[in-house]
Design a binder for this molecule. Structure first.
Ligand SMILES: N[C@@H](CCC(=O)N[C@@H](CS)C(=O)NCC(=O)O)C(=O)O
Length: 213
């Protein structure tokens, strides 16, 4: 049985935003069976020797699929899509678009918005580096907004794992709402992806299971 390492307890700020949700959402969309290995972050479960051998970075998410260990949310989603044949096209050209936009979500978009959040959290609000990161983030969102002008989904005509990654990057509490505000195409894209029943079921199950503390 596929094991998913996900949080069982996490601090209140991160609760509802953690990257195990990307994996759980994908599994829900794919209808794949799995079991959750619950990790208590405040209690130090990520620091255990056994988890260190799963993920040297000691971060969630990770999966163990009958001995195939995969970490990094993007790599996990692409692995699950290839394995299930769902949320990714079967042809090489279509698959390339999903790879392209999965990497774009996690590098071109997540890097500036997460860096801006981190510098702000570290006391840098109002500083020159924070302003520079805001400009960098705003540029990427403006460009993404143009790309989404006539598209329902980011990589292909259908919903794919690239949409899960892009949606979760943009909807995380770490992405400042002020960045999204000017971009109507991005906002309607997010609303469309987050209205999916599988996302609602995933979030409801997470909220019922994961303790904020
Ligand atoms: N690049 C990784 C980042 C994983 C990550 O940042 N995980 C967070 C939870 S969302 C974590 O485990 N934080 C705990 C820690 O770093 O101590 C991915 O996309 O999977």
């Amino acid at each position: 049985m596929l094991k998913v390492y996900g949080f069982s307890r996490v601090n209140p700020f991160a609760h509802g935003n953690t990257r195990d949700l990307r994996v759980l959402w994908a599994l829900e969309e794919m209808g794949m069976p799995y079991e959750i290995v619950g990790m208590d972050h405040p209690q130090g479960d990520l620091e255990s020797e056994s988890f260190g051998s799963v993920n040297p970075f000691r971060q969630i998410p990770a999966i163990d699929d009958d001995g195939v260990v995969v970490t990094e949310s993007g790599a996990i989603l692409l692995y699950l899509a290839r394995k299930s044949g769902k949320l990714i096209p079967a042809d090489l050209a279509g698959e390339a678009q999903v790879l392209r936009w999965s990497v774009a979500a996690l590098s071109s978009v997540e890097t500036p918005v997460l860096s801006m959040w981190f510098v702000g959290l570290s006391g840098g609000k109002g500083s020159q580096p924070h302003d520079a990161l805001r400009s960098w983030s705003a540029l990427r969102l403006q460009q993404l907004d143009g790309w989404l002008r006539n598209r329902a989904f980011v990589a292909t005509d259908e919903f794919t794992v690239a949409d899960i990654l892009m949606t979760h990057v943009l909807a995380a509490a770490s992405t400042a709402a002020e960045l999204l505000e000017p971009h109507a195409n991005v906002r309607s894209y997010l609303a469309r992806c987050m209205a999916r029943p599988a996302w609602k079921r995933t979030l409801d199950a997470y909220e019922a299971r994961v303790e904020a503390g």
